[in-house]
Design a protein around this ligand. Structure first.
Ligand SMILES: [Zn+2]
Length: 329
């Protein structure tokens, strides 16, 4: 994988490419951003570019070093992950000791620490000195999706680079290029919320089951039936509440968007949930165009609130009461 193979994050890639070209890659870096958007891929490209025998600002992918790094068989590039959900001081001691040794076969030593927020306080503290004064031949790249959980003493010693979720359009295009049908690609790209990695290993059967549930939820909402039970079980059983609620609302939003396309007599080829066409046709005569517009507005408002970290319980309650204000279907 070279820079061109990493989806999105053009700004971050450009900054790194220029730094590589000038041979000015910082020795201590912190890559921040949600999971599944390519932070690790970019870190690997940087590690390869610094050791590549053919290029200096990218990975050529053909030289001995690039291939060994891709295969995880390059002694100067070390990847570290939490063990049992924690990065202990022993890991960091190993990193520290190795960082002061000159590279064995490459030009630079690179340490890539995934989920760096899982470092214990001890582990973090043991890393401070090497982050502050690393030998010129060693580079430490910390990756995190929770930058607020990283000690400020660590953050202040690193060059921080922020990565953004990949756009829905980019993920969709990429899935289509990989042979996905357009509707599937569109739906997956909506649901994964910028997480490209997740898009690639989404379980389609799981999505189908979720959509079935959300369709029932929509029918209940439209009929003003009590949906409290649905959400009670939802709130009780979900570990990643915010993410799952966001996914539910994204699916709900995709149904309401399709409903609006139908109400506006739009081209049904643009439906996201084409396989629900019959279902849409059964309910569409009970809903006015204005109502369909309002549903979209209400759900988008809830999604927006969720992204601003408003309380999910409060948001769901507001969503119900907004739906309840509509005329019976
Ligand atoms: Zn190379």
């Amino acid at each position: 994988m070279a820079f061109k193979d990493v989806l999105g994050n053009e700004r971050a890639k450009k900054i790194l490419k220029i730094a590589l070209y000038r041979n000015r890659i910082p020795n201590s870096m912190l890559f921040c951003g949600p999971k599944g958007i390519g932070k690790k891929d970019v870190a690997m490209v940087v590690a390869k570019a610094m050791n590549c025998l053919n290029e200096n600002d990218d990975a050529c992918e053909t030289c001995m070093n690039c291939r060994a790094i891709s295969g995880g068989k390059f002694p100067d590039v070390l990847e570290m992950q939490p063990e049992n959900n924690v990065i202990k001081i022993d890991h960091m001691r190993l990193l520290k000791q190795t960082a002061y040794l000159r590279p064995m076969i490459g030009k630079k030593r690179v340490f890539i620490v995934e989920d760096a927020e899982k470092m214990t306080e001890e582990a973090s503290n043991s890393l401070l000195k090497v982050l502050e004064e690393p030998p010129f031949f060693s580079h430490i790249i910390l990756l995190t999706s929770c930058p607020h959980m990283i000690l400020s003493t660590i953050t202040s010693r690193c060059q921080v680079l922020t990565f953004s979720p990949i756009s829905k359009e980019a993920i969709q295009e990429c899935l289509i290029n990989r042979g996905y049908e357009r509707e599937k690609a569109q739906l997956i790209s909506l649901i994964v919320r910028g997480n490209y990695k997740q898009a690639l290993d989404v379980d389609w059967e799981d999505i189908r089951a979720k959509r079935k549930n959300v369709w029932q939820l929509l029918l209940c909402l439209l009929k003003k039936e009590n949906v409290a039970l649905y959400f009670q079980s939802f709130f009780a059983s979900r570990r990643q509440l915010k993410e799952e609620l966001e996914q539910t609302l994204e699916i709900l939003s995709s149904f309401c968007r399709d409903l609006l396309v139908i109400k506006e007599k739009g081209d049904i080829r643009y439906l996201i949930n084409m396989d629900y066409l019959d279902e849409f046709q059964k309910i569409e005569r009970f809903i006015t165009r204005e109502q369909a517009l309002d549903y979209n507005y209400i759900i988008d408002e809830a999604l927006d609130g969720l992204r601003k970290n408003l309380n999910p319980n409060v948001l769901v309650n507001a969503l119900f009461s907004n739906f309840m204000e509509f005329r019976n279907v």
